[in-house]
Ligand binder design. Structure first.
Ligand code: NAP
Length: 296
């Protein structure tokens, strides 16, 4: 790709940002589509997000992704926030407007597209959501909006699960959410559940742990989705698979939140399924290479 005076510049702000695979994914989209758009990582320290957004606008940056720890803090520095992002309470994509950036949340679309592609239907299902952090908010929003029959929200800090459950039921005018402490999963009577794992437990370099380690929990599941993609198969997914559940890791969520962001920055572009599939293969090869490197 040749960068020239007319190249549009996008990027990701976060801390840390060094391990982000977003630059690889977005530059691949641009190369394959022949778009004059480059994407770079920007390390932004906590507390500096306001300055970063202002600076990016002054530098004519076309769009940004926002990752940990800035997804909430960035919200007060925007000229507008999309309805879905406002409901979720987090922004991961900034789209340039005349007077600043408008914030969107493409994690929710990412998780939905990934689940649908994996054949994980939500409507009418009993769902068990593990976690109540940023990824959990996007997942809870999707599960309730897509008409899950019941959503059990389990989190280490019970009050966070209670807050999220109340917020989602209020938002959608439902009473399907029930908050619980992690250990209370035994109170769930239903079988054939869809579990969505959004805690950071099991993520590399702390792989080898699952947020619930009792095999009996996994026998309740027909389907298990993990937001983590590194490792590709977490202990949570391995235990769900061993119990006979259909499983899916977080790579599709990562891919489709990126696809949705790219399409927001380039409204004339729709990323074809075949290009998304090739991007997924590249992400897998990249993460696998990184894993092998870590072993050396
Ligand atoms: P976050 O906001 O910091 O939330 C972390 C969650 O993990 C909280 O619910 C926290 O519980 C729980 N947790 C952390 N350590 C725990 C422990 N030892 N035992 C039990 N629970 C624990 O993080 P996030 O942004 O939601 O990210 C969570 C995971 O999702 C990460 O692994 C991230 O990589 C992944 N993710 C993936 C994608 C994707 O595109 N695939 C996108 C976003 C996030 P407390 O509330 O009690 O602290």
């Amino acid at each position: 790709m040749t960068i020239n005076g007319t190249s549009k510049v996008c990027g990701v702000i976060g801390c840390p940002v060094e391990h982000s695979v977003s630059p690889m994914m977005h530059n691949f989209f641009s190369e394959e589509l022949g778009l004059d758009l480059v994407y770079a990582p920007f390390l932004v320290q906590p507390g500096k997000v306001g300055e970063a957004v202002k600076g990016a606008f002054a530098l004519n940056i076309h769009g940004l992704n926002v990752t940990v720890p800035h997804k909430q803090a960035v919200m007060e520095h925007l000229c507008g926030i999309d309805e879905g992002a406002l409901a979720i309470g987090a922004v991961n994509t900034l789209v340039r407007q005349a007077d600043g950036y408008k914030g969107y949340n493409t994690d929710a679309e990412g998780i939905l597209r990934a689940m649908l592609e994996a054949g994980m239907d939500i409507a009418g299902r009993t769902c068990i959501l593990l976690g109540a952090g940023g990824a959990a908010k996007a997942a809870a929003y999707v599960l309730v909006r897509e008409k899950a029959a019941k959503v059990y929200l389990l989190n280490r800090s019970l009050e966070k699960a209670q807050g999220l459950a109340a917020e989602m039921d209020r938002l959608f005018g439902t009473s399907v959410c029930q908050a619980m402490a992690l250990d209370d999963w035994r109170e769930i009577q239903e079988e054939h559940c869809l579990a969505v794992q959004t805690t950071s437990v099991g993520m590399s370099p702390h792989a080898g742990q699952a947020v619930i380690e009792d095999e009996a929990f996994y026998r309740k599941l027909d389907m298990a989705f993990d937001a983590i993609y590194n490792p590709m198969e977490t202990k949570f997914l391995a235990m769900a698979r061993a119990a006979g559940a259909k499983t899916e890791n977080g790579l599709g969520m990562l891919l489709y939140q990126g696809v949705a962001a790219y399409e927001l920055w380039n409204p004339e572009v729709r990323i074809p399924a075949e290009l998304a599939a090739r991007a997924r293969e590249r992400l897998i090869a990249h993460l696998e290479g990184r894993r092998l490197e870590g072993r050396r």
